[in-house]
Design a protein around this ligand. Structure first.
Ligand SMILES: [Zn+2]
Length: 257
């Protein structure tokens, strides 16, 4: 049987308000054995934990997204740490730096990111890192605060081969979203360089639906399309890819399958 873990979805988003339960059921129907729903601020992190408590195969990550870091208070970070202690919270995320958008100054983003690396250390939980157009600074903070000790994943990886090597050296995993199925995807050319034991699967749903669903609302069940594409690019069968990436995610996030 081919099984998957969707390591990055935003199940709490209002895009799923009409059919959230069916979305989860459809994922289970495609043998997505676990889903990690990701918080982006205090409110969505709370909702992520609620969903994880309600549905057995759903796990949560809690954190303040760089684009939400301007509005993030010290008290928010205290609350994030409290939420993170919940046994169904398997990671701190998504956190990181996003210089593509200017919702928060780089300095503020760096502060909020480094404080959340500290939370990850304290609770010994891995990081789910969002890095957009901030390669150098993200890596610098990861090294400075020894984030490799807790490890985690650079989700929706967008660096080049040299960057990939550095991230791997820092003990991080890599995942790609459905945009890997798009024509002329840079990531598609890179996938062969990722050691199989460091690769995770994700949808980043509701965003970035893979071909042939491109343009539609994405959902965790669509992970099968990205998985098929990745398996083809690497030259292994989907069953093996699903098994290995599921083992990787289960090990990293301490999820029992
Ligand atoms: Zn995300």
């Amino acid at each position: 049987m081919t099984i998957f873990i969707d390591t990055h979805t935003h199940l709490d988003f209002e895009n799923y308000n009409e059919d959230r339960e069916k979305v989860i059921q459809r994922a289970l129907g495609k043998n997505v054995v676990a889903l990690i729903t990701i918080g982006t601020n205090l409110e969505t992190s709370r909702r992520a934990v609620e969903l994880a408590e309600k549905y057995t195969p759903v796990y949560a990550a809690v954190g303040i997204h760089p684009n939400d870091s301007a509005a993030c208070s010290d008290e928010d970070l205290v609350q994030i740490e409290k939420l993170a202690a919940n046994p169904k919270v398997v990671a701190i995320g998504e956190v990181g730096l996003d210089y593509y958008r200017d919702h928060a100054s780089p300095i503020r983003q760096q502060e909020v990111f480094s404080e959340q690396i500290a939370i990850a250390h304290k609770l010994k939980k891995p990081l789910i890192i969002h890095n957009r157009d901030a390669h150098e600074d993200t890596l610098e903070l990861v090294c400075e605060y020894n984030a490799g000790q807790v490890g985690g994943v650079f989700h929706s990886f967008s660096g080049d081969e040299a960057y990939l090597e550095k991230i791997l050296l820092e003990n991080f995993h890599i995942s790609f979203t459905g945009n890997l199925t798009y024509k002329n995807s840079v990531s598609a050319a890179l996938i062969g360089q990722v050691p199989l034991d460091r690769l995770l699967l994700e949808t980043d749903s509701p965003f970035l639906a893979p071909v042939p669903m491109r343009g539609k609302r994405n959902e965790p069940a669509f992970i099968v399309y990205t998985a098929a594409k990745i398996a083809g690019l690497i030259g292994i069968d989907v069953e093996t890819l699903g098994r290995v990436t599921t083992e990787n995610a289960a090990r990293l996030f301490k999820i029992e399958i």
